[in-house]
Design a protein. Structure first.
Length: 529
């Protein structure tokens, strides 16, 4: 038998918080060999990410790790930082769940690729630049030479994740740790990324640890599975055997979890909440005195949307299709052309100050909770931030009571409200973001991939919560997602977008059960393969 590349023995991870010590990982052991993919699965907060963050020496300042992380005879736990840096980033690399927060917004993609190559391989800029372009080609980014000059915000989620993969593989690592690398990606890009990672692993012969809550991904890519819950391993073994005959009740529950139910359409005479007619958004890329005219990108091209009171419109499409940009245009968060009205009022030409009074009625939950939550504020402060702006006369005691209520509504323990974002799992952070939106009792909420970071069990709970909130308060939702199973459970009308345009729309049965367009059929094939 081949020796493991990495062997973890009795790893424990603790965090010192205002509420006392939190045991995130409670004595976990596992190993991974060359050419093998070990999937670590479990719901949000199970400790799967903190296990590997601790191994890589990337814990927050209040975190500590004990145990042995044996990399080819060297224990990474307690290793001096200079020696650890010679291994991580070269021999062991990591792809994180949220590429937008992993990439520096102030540096071009090229600079961020070139720097670690020069550092670890001790080569000059020209060679590193050539290597970076080769890696961009390897992960199938179009026009790699031009994209080297792009900034992260100028790329789609799928493109940013490909950049992260290129960065992780640029120094030919022994082991790749992928922490939810496809969570934020649409189904077609997700399938492409999984296929790409599998082919690169086979080509390079590296080991891979794949952290995920999505068992459909595990089924496609893993050879062995480790199931974690509450910081402990509850089941492990061959992937095929676990899927065929799981032993632990928790594993069975994970396999059985799937968003269910359907939303009833709004009343036929329900008034319009939001109406957009021929909405277009154009971005200028590059250009300047020496660079010539800028490139004009039509992100949204003459799209019309009518949202009624109590209605949920699901917007689906590939990464870069314009679905999130459309929502931001309708909310007047990006400049646009066309007519937009909210509750009968023309808002298309309103400036920032004129829109401010309406913001209480129009809220948004973003795809990346870690990037949208201030790291310097507690969960309670984050949730009540909007109350300080829109209800400044409210007492601090009343704000705290409202925070408790909002956190309870999203099924997060209010006792945790004194913790900071880094002390929560990805799923818990998303619940905080949802609580921040609903605390203002808005009329309209844009939900931009609100369940992408959540495991299936928690997804079902959040979907049920959102439906109940909608029914109780007659809320209207614009629901953006790449997860078609979630969209089917949430929406009563679906819009399919491609290249900034609407290619198909209708009820969930019309669009998902009997798609007309080849593009929609391709989305369905990738989602339910």
């Amino acid at each position: 038998m081949a020796e493991p590349i990495l062997a973890l023995k009795n790893i424990k991870v603790n965090f010192q918080t205002l509420d006392g010590i939190v045991e995130a990982v409670k004595g976990v052991s596992l190993d991974v060999k060359a050419g093998e993919t070990v999937a670590i699965v479990g719901e949000s907060g199970s400790g799967k990410s903190q296990l590997m963050m601790g191994t890589m020496g990337l814990l927050a300042s209040n975190g500590s790790i004990a145990g042995v992380a044996d990399y080819r005879g060297t224990n990474l736990v307690g290793l001096p930082k200079p020696e650890l840096n010679s291994i991580r980033g070269r021999k062991i690399t990591m792809i994180f769940q949220e590429p937008m927060t992993s990439l520096d917004p102030l540096y071009t993609i090229g600079n961020q690729l070139i720097e670690p190559i020069m550092h670890h391989q001790k080569i000059g800029w020209d060679q590193a630049n050539a290597r970076a372009i080769d890696m961009m080609k390897l992960v199938k980014i179009q026009e790699p030479e031009r994209r080297m000059g792009s900034y992260p915000h100028e790329m789609s989620g799928g493109q940013r994740q490909r950049v992260m993969i290129a960065m992780a593989l640029a120094n030919d690592p022994d082991l790749l740790i992928a922490d939810e690398p496809t969570t934020a990606l649409d189904v077609t890009i997700q399938a492409e990324i999984l296929e790409l990672m599998a082919s690169l692993q086979k080509r390079l012969g590296m080991g891979m640890i794949f952290i995920t809550h999505d068992l459909n991904i595990v089924r496609r890519i893993a050879s062995r599975v480790v199931v974690m819950r509450y910081g402990e391993v509850v089941e492990e073994g061959d992937a095929k055997a676990i899927f065929k005959q799981p032993k632990h009740a928790y594993t069975k529950a994970l396999l059985d979890a799937e968003p269910s139910g359907r939303k009833a359409p709004p009343a036929a005479k329900a008034p319009k909440i939001l109406d957009g007619t021929s909405v277009s958004v154009t971005f200028k890329i590059g250009g300047g005195f020496m660079a010539g005219p800028p490139l004009l990108l039509k992100a949204v091209d003459r799209v019309s949307v009518t949202l009624k009171q109590g209605q949920t419109i699901g917007i689906v499409g590939e990464s870069g299709s314009g679905k999130s940009t459309l929502a931001r245009a309708l909310l007047r968060l990006v400049p646009s052309e066309g007519a937009i009205s909210f509750e009968g009022k023309d808002i298309a030409k309103l400036d920032r100050e004129e829109m401010r009074p309406l913001r209480k009625q129009i809220q948004i939950v973003l795809q990346d909770p870690f990037g949208s939550l201030s790291p310097r504020m507690t969960a309670g402060q984050i949730v009540t931030e909007g109350l300080l702006v829109h209800e400044p006369s409210m007492t601090s005691r009343k704000r705290d009571q409202r925070a408790v209520q909002a956190l309870e509504e999203v099924q997060l323990d209010p006792k945790l409200r004194n913790r900071y974002p880094h002390e929560f799992s990805g799923g818990q952070r998303q619940r905080i973001a949802i609580a921040r939106a609903i605390i203002l009792k808005p009329r309209l909420i844009v939900l931009d991939e609100p369940t992408s970071a959540l495991d299936r069990q928690v997804q079902s709970q959040i979907i049920e919560l959102l439906r109940n909130l909608q029914k109780a308060n007659n809320l209207s939702y614009l629901f953006i997602s790449h997860d078609l199973a979630v969209v089917r459970a949430m929406a009563d009308h679906i819009i399919v977008m491609k290249d900034g345009r609407v290619v198909e729309q209708g009820t969930p049965d019309e669009v998902l059960e009997n798609p007309r367009e080849p593009y929609t059929k391709r989305l369905m094939a990738a989602a339910f393969a």
